[in-house]
Write a protein of this length. Structure first.
Ligand code: UT7
Length: 358
């Protein structure tokens, strides 16, 4: 359905822990090898948060970076949505912490939980708010610290995840054109048991003087089932988002999938008839950063000058819930800081030339 007001992405940003953990480091914790992890997942290293780092801290860093990219001030933001399944606390929301820290004094703020798919869900919500004319600028962040919920003795899961945050700034398009061409959101709660972080919520009761039971609160996953779900659902989500945008898969220049496993990404690309050059991936450097993975992958592709402006991009996520979602985006955003630097550089050389000529 076409919304009355267009929305486009004008900024993207990243917040990353400094500490890099390589596959070889993990061989000291569990019975694994660099060769196994690389061939089965494509991951070579990941960022892991220090004890002093928090989900909100990474989200704040990503928010500031995205605002810098867009060249706008925090007090012009109307709404902040943080997609996370590993918030600092059950409440206050991580979004409220971001709002306070960056000085987005006019912004409403809330968290959204759709696991690794959360960022695409949040983008769709932001699109609706802008599209209806309610808000002009929305900051959408995906942030997760999964390392706090991993069993570091379980080789099936601890090798897969990394920590980080990625952000998008969305803006109403005054010219009436839209940068978000379509969004597609799905869920299948019958698969809830396939991927979970149990014993952290209210389903884990302890009352009165009864001390909390000592239960594990580690991420649990049926890897094979999630793998099979992803290779089916990713192509379906891409095709459906294309259809509702009125384009074909051939019109998509770049695919930015959730970065869980390079084999899932390549299998989806093959089914869709996409070439390796069209794939945006950084799973080798970041691992699975959950809700942060899509903006982080796009952010890194922009740093590497892989993304041409303008181009048509498909974002596609999948994860716990089960959830899956996609969006078609007309990418027109340029890094305001780079443009400014270029302008300053040109001005400097013109001034120099003029001084010499005098
Ligand atoms: O955001 C969404 C989150 N999750 C995902 O997207 C995960 C989707 N699933 C996957 O990516 C893959 O299923 C995994 C990477 C998790 C596993 O790959 P697989 O090819 O499905 O391996 P497997 O589970 O069938 O395990 C094969 C063997 C097993 O040994 P046996 O039983 O055949 O003797 C595992 O015990 O590999 C063993 N194994 C490992 N060996 C060395 C499992 N983990 C490791 C490890 N190092 N880290």
């Amino acid at each position: 359905m076409k919304l009355p007001v267009g929305a486009r992405i004008i900024g993207v940003g990243a917040g990353l822990p400094a500490s890099v953990v390589k596959n070889s480091d993990l061989t000291r914790l569990v019975d694994t090898s660099d060769e196994w992890i690389t061939t089965r997942t494509g991951i070579k290293e990941r960022r892991i948060a220090l004890d002093t780092e928090t989900t909100s801290g990474l989200a704040i860093e990503a928010a500031r970076d995205a605002l810098g990219f867009a060249g706008i001030e925090a007090d012009t933001i109307d709404l902040i949505i943080v997609a996370t399944s590993t918030p600092d606390d059950l409440y206050p929301s991580t979004a409220c912490k971001v709002q306070g820290a960056i000085g987005a004094v006019h912004a409403a703020a809330f968290d959204l939980e759709a696991a690794c798919t959360g960022i695409v869900y949040a983008l769709a919500v932001a699109h609706q708010f802008i599209g209806s004319g309610t808000y002009k600028r929305v900051l959408v962040i995906g942030a997760d610290i999964h390392s706090r919920f991993l069993d570091w003795e379980d080789r099936n899961t601890c090798i897969l995840f990394g920590d980080g945050a990625g952000a998008f700034v969305l803006e109403a398009d005054e010219e009436g054109e839209t940068g978000i061409l379509s969004t597609y959101l799905r869920a299948d709660g019958t698969g809830a048991h396939l991927l979970s972080i149990p014993n952290t919520g209210s389903a884990y009761p302890h009352t009165g003087t009864t001390p909390p039971r000592a239960v594990e609160r580690y991420l649990q996953m049926n890897g094979k089932a999630i793998y099979n779900f992803a290779v089916q659902r990713v192509p379906e989500a891409v095709k459906t988002a294309c259809e509702s945008a009125g384009i074909t898969v051939e019109d998509v220049d770049f695919l930015v999938p959730h970065q869980a496993n390079i084999r899932i990404i390549k299998s989806a690309a093959e089914r869709l008839g996409m070439s390796p050059e069209q794939l945006v991936t950084n799973v080798d450097e970041m691992g699975n950063t959950s809700a942060a993975s899509i903006p982080l992958a796009l952010w890194q592709a922009i740093q590497r000058d892989q993304i041409k402006v303008p181009s048509t991009i498909c974002l596609v996520g999948f994860g716990a819930g089960l959830t899956w979602a996609s969006a078609i985006v007309r990418w027109t955003a340029r890094d305001h800081r780079r443009i400014q630097k270029k302008t300053e550089h040109t001005k400097e050389s013109t001034d120099k030339r003029e001084t010499q000529e005098v």
